[in-house]
Design a protein around this ligand. Structure first.
Ligand code: MN
Length: 217
């Protein structure tokens, strides 16, 4: 190999190395890939909504979080630790990052429509039937005032609870484990359902994969 070619290879490796160094410093958390195609959840959630919600909103929370934790005690913490212990903007962006990762990873175009096993039993114990659970959960999602989330979570005693959370609220900050979250911020449904939040909530049940929720339980 002649000298000029060596220099080219050398510079190329240098550039690649700098690129990766930049990635580890400024992008500690990265946007996790979607487990399905952008249009796979249609007609329940359109490609356009996914493009904005995942590609812009979630990316924004991840980018903000990376910027906010740089040089703080949360710099090397995992996402759940950040959500459990942070406050202010670090909590808001960390919780929104985790909330959306859980949300997007709950859905499947080939969803299993009912829980089974221990989760199914626990839902029946708490709400009498799966149908009644869905009714109570939907009601909580529709009646939450303003932006926020409704969660099915497991509390410290191991019991199931439905939680209404404003803004970025995640059950981890109440000592509960999040199992299923419905985003009721307007950005999650306005392109597809406009002001009809109840229609969006009702349709979401078609794509919730209960095998995924059960694995979290
Ligand atoms: Mn959202």
């Amino acid at each position: 190999m002649n000298r000029k070619l060596w220099m080219t290879v050398f510079c190329l490796f240098g550039a690649i190395e700098m690129m990766f160094a930049g990635l580890t410093e400024d992008n500690r958390f990265t946007l996790p890939p979607l487990p399905y195609e952008m249009d796979a959840l249609e007609p329940v959630i359109s490609r356009e909504t996914i493009e904005f919600h995942y590609g812009k909103h979630l990316k924004g929370y991840v980018d903000n979080l990376n910027r906010l934790i740089a040089g703080t005690p949360f710099e090397d913490a995992d996402l759940r630790t950040i959500v459990k212990y942070a406050s202010g903007p670090v909590y808001d962006n960390g919780a929104q990052a985790l909330n959306h990762i859980l949300y997007f990873n709950t859905f499947s175009p080939q969803a299993v429509h009912e829980p089974s096993g221990a989760l199914s039993e626990a839902i029946r114990r708490q709400w009498g039937s799966f149908e009644n659970f869905r009714r109570v959960f939907s009601q909580a999602a529709v009646s939450l005032f303003g932006s926020g989330w409704v969660w099915l979570a497991k509390d410290a005693q191991g019991d199931l609870v439905i939680l209404q959370e404003s803004n970025a609220g995640n059950p981890l900050s109440r000592g509960c484990v999040p199992l299923l979250g419905f985003d009721v911020w307007e950005h999650s449904y306005y392109l597809d359902y406009q002001n009809k939040r109840a229609d969006y909530v009702e349709k979401l049940w078609d794509i919730v994969d209960w095998d995924i929720v059960g694995a979290r339980y």
